[in-house]
Each structure stands twice: as structure tokens, then as C-alpha cells.
Design a protein around this ligand. Structure first.
Ligand code: FAD
Length: 383
């Protein structure tokens, strides 16, 4: 039999499996309901031979040397610095909105005045959340705040979440800054890139170990049963006394007994064009025009050379289990209360560790989820 069972082969499942197999020398079974590994970071070569990200564009970036070095055991890196443009009033300007954006959109005298006031008020090279800029009592900065709020933020957020920004958790709205800088990069983290041969290859290297067995196309409930009261587990109808690491949705685990946790979902429209380059940066946002929120051109991210190019247009919509994937948790008081009830149930099950974006109902960037997986291994499995 196996010493550990892991549900899900995304970052959390794969990293914990790798650690158990190579560090603890124990046997692991990974159960994955999809027909591939890698979770939402999965990528593949499409019919034209272009590497694309199935569940949306993924750019790896981190401040953590430890996280970068851990993943570097399984991949080399394509050095890529992510830049995003926004289509605002007919021009493509850097996003987050920065000093270059000011000069591209406003007459020179106004842009210079705003630049000076922004630097005076906030200092150079600082990021200011849009809602904070709105609070400043200065006519010019108020004008700028309202302009950015309306043209860059408001409609994008409405498209993405289907709500007004004020109704959102500040940790979500706070993610959209104004950057008092001439740095056009989307992220300033010292480690940034994409895996040289793709995310899936990186996951394959991680899981390539004799102690790891993988079962694809299988919902864990088909082979694992858990008594939610006393925690007794059966695997293939035999009692199982090892540990389970669960990275699927927490509400599904408990048969939705406290209701379904809502998610925002996405639809990706992939198009391949007979040209080397479709747009000037990996990502272009369309806050105000069209139904889609952004277009990603994968070759920018992956560094691949090809005579054709594939793009993905991204449309936000509500999650419907029958039609699409759960992407972003919808954080509000109601869902946090619901989550608390699930967490309470989870705490009673000592042999089951709930970790990852679905099991914790928490948006994690990849570097954060790598750090989380390593922490869970060190603190809950190794000890
Ligand atoms: C559109 C989008 C773009 C993103 N871009 C970036 C980016 O550019 N940079 C960045 O740092 N982060 C990005 N992220 C975040 C990144 O995707 C997550 O941090 C990461 O995928 C989380 O890994 P995980 O292991 O927690 O979950 P997942 O990757 O979701 O893995 C969970 C796995 O569990 C499996 N599973 C679920 N239920 C069951 C079941 N019942 N039985 C068996 N298996 C099951 C799933 O199929 C899945 O494979 C992005 C997220 C989204 C939504």
C-alpha cells in the first residue's frame, strides 16, 4: 500500500509528493481528476506546435530565493520580465499606470505637473493603491485618480468580478496600483521567468520518482472514502491509516454541507494567427472596450520562436461546475463565515491536511503556494 495519499497534482500536491518520496523515502499515491498533471499551471503544445497555458497565462515571479532554488532543481528558466499594456482612450499604455502612461495619455504640461506632484506626495518608485490616491485633496491628483479609477480600474474590475470595486475585499482591490516610476515591468521581484521547457515538463521532473504513483482521470471519491465524524478512511475498500494531503475544493470534500463556496471563472478563446507577433507585450488589458478583459500572447512569455503565434482572449464569468473551472474565490463576509465552518470540520480530521488554493479557498500566486507546500511538508509531515 501507500504511506501517503495526495489528492491533486498541482503545485501543492506535486511538491509534497516529491518531498515525501525523495526526502522521507516513503510511498505516495497521487489521485488527479484531470487527464494531466500540473493543476492550473499546466501547459501543452497546441496543434500548431505552440506552447500555451491551458488555464490562463502563468508568469513565475518571487522575492524568495528559497522558492526559486527549490523549483530550479526541476527546471531551467526562460528569463522573462512581464510587461502589460492597457488599451486606454485608443492608446496602448503601460499597466500598472506609471509615469510613462501619464506622458502617453496627457498633454506634456499636464503630464509634467502630475509627475512632479506624484513624486512629491508619494516619493519615486513607490506603488500607490488606486483607492488611496482617490483620498488625496489636490485638484490635479483628484483628476488623475478619477481618470485612472474610471479608465483603468473600474470597468476592468466590473468585467472581472461583475461588481463595484468598493464591494470587494481590499486585499483584492489593493492589488491594482499606480506606480510612481518609469519601470514598465508588471512585477519587480528579483526572480522572474517561465520554466524553460514549460510548466508541465517541470512537474514531470518533480514527479519522476519510483516512490510516486499517479492515477489520472480519477475523482478521489471513487477510491477514497472518509468518515467525516471519526476520520476513518478507506482506500480501494481497505482501511487506510496513513496521511492524506487534500488539495481539492474544501466544500466538495464535505459534500457541500455548509453550502457551495462561490468562485469567479474564466473562458479562454484561443486563436492562432499566421504572423510572428500579434502584440507588443505578453499581455494587453482592455478595461473599457470589448467583452474580454485581456489578450495574452504566449510566445512572449515562453520565449518560443515560431512563424505563427497563439493568443488567448479572456472573458470573466460566474463559476458553473458543469461548464467551467473554479478560478478566483469570491471573498466577502458571507463566504468567510462559510469557510470558517468548513475549516472547523477540517480541524477535526487529524490525518488529513488541507492545503492549496481550493482546499483553503484562498488566491495564492505560484510562489506563495510553493512556499506554502514546503511549509506544510516541514511542519506537518516531517515533524
Ligand atoms: C487565470 C489565472 C492566472 C494565474 N496566473 C498566475 C501567474 O501569472 N503567476 C502566479 O504566480 N500565479 C498565477 N496564478 C495562480 C496559480 O494558478 C496558483 O497559485 C496555483 O495553480 C495553485 O496551485 P494548487 O496546487 O493550490 O491548485 P491547483 O493548481 O488548482 O491544483 C489542484 C489540483 O487538484 C485537482 N483536484 C481537484 N478536485 C479533485 C478531486 N475531487 N479529485 C482529484 N483531484 C482533484 C485539480 O484537478 C488540480 O489539478 C493564476 C491563477 C489563475 C486562475
Amino acid at each position: 500500500m501507500f504511506d501517503y495519499i495526495i489528492v491533486g497534482s498541482g503545485f501543492v500536491g506535486s511538491i509534497i509528493a516529491e518531498r515525501i518520496a525523495s526526502h522521507l523515502h516513503k510511498k505516495v499515491l497521487i489521485i488527479e481528476k484531470r487527464n494531466h498533471i500540473g493543476g492550473n499551471a499546466y501547459d501543452f503544445y497546441n496543434e500548431e506546435g505552440i506552447l500555451v497555458h491551458k488555464y490562463g497565462p502563468h508568469v513565475f515571479h518571487t522575492r524568495s530565493k528559497e522558492v526559486w532554488e527549490y523549483l530550479s532543481h526541476f527546471t531551467d528558466w526562460n528569463i522573462y520580465q512581464h510587461e502589460t499594456l492597457g488599451f486606454i482612450d485608443g492608446r496602448f499604455v503601460p499597466i500598472p499606470f506609471n509615469i510613462h502612461s501619464l506622458h502617453q495619455l496627457f498633454p506634456q504640461f499636464l503630464a509634467l505637473r502630475l509627475e512632479e506632484k506624484l513624486i512629491d506626495q508619494f516619493g519615486y518608485n513607490n506603488k500607490v493603491p488606486i483607492l488611496k490616491l482617490k483620498e488625496i485633496e489636490d485638484e490635479d491628483l483628484q483628476y488623475l485618480a478619477n481618470y485612472i479609477y474610471e479608465k483603468v480600474f473600474l470597468n476592468y474590475t466590473i468585467k472581472q468580478w461583475g461588481v463595484k470595486p468598493e464591494e470587494l475585499d481590499p486585499t483584492v482591490t489593493g492589488r491594482v496600483p499606480v506606480f510612481v516610476s518609469k519601470d514598465n515591468r508588471y512585477f519587480q521581484d528579483p526572480y522572474q521567468g517561465t520554466p524553460k521547457y514549460g510548466y508541465t515538463k517541470m512537474f514531470e521532473n518533480m514527479l519522476d520518482h519510483e516512490n510516486i504513483k499517479l492515477l489520472l482521470n480519477t475523482d478521489y471519491k471513487d477510491i477514497v472514502s472518509v468518515n467525516h465524524g471519526n476520520g476513518e478512511m478507506k482506500v480501494f475498500n481497505q482501511s487506510f491509516n496513513g496521511k492524506v494531503i487534500y488539495t481539492g475544493p474544501i466544500d466538495y470534500f464535505f459534500d457541500y454541507k455548509h453550502g457551495k463556496l462561490p468562485y469567479r471563472s474564466l473562458q479562454f478563446i484561443f486563436e492562432t494567427h499566421p504572423m510572428e507577433k500579434f502584440q507588443n507585450t505578453g499581455q494587453v488589458n482592455y478595461p473599457n472596450d470589448y467583452e474580454f478583459t485581456r489578450i495574452t500572447e504566449f510566445k512572449h512569455l515562453t520565449g518560443q520562436k515560431h512563424s505563427k503565434t497563439t493568443i488567448a482572449k479572456e472573458i470573466s464569468l460566474n463559476y458553473d461546475a458543469a461548464k467551467n473551472e473554479p478560478y478566483y474565490p469570491v471573498k466577502n463576509n458571507e463566504t468567510q463565515e462559510q469557510l470558517k465552518l468548513y475549516k472547523k470540520e477540517a480541524e477535526k480530521l487529524h490525518h488529513i491536511i488541507f492545503a492549496g488554493r481550493l482546499a483553503e479557498y484562498q488566491y495564492y500566486n505560484m510562489d506563495a503556494v510553493v512556499a506554502r507546500a514546503l511549509k506544510v511538508f516541514n511542519e506537518k509531515i516531517l515533524k
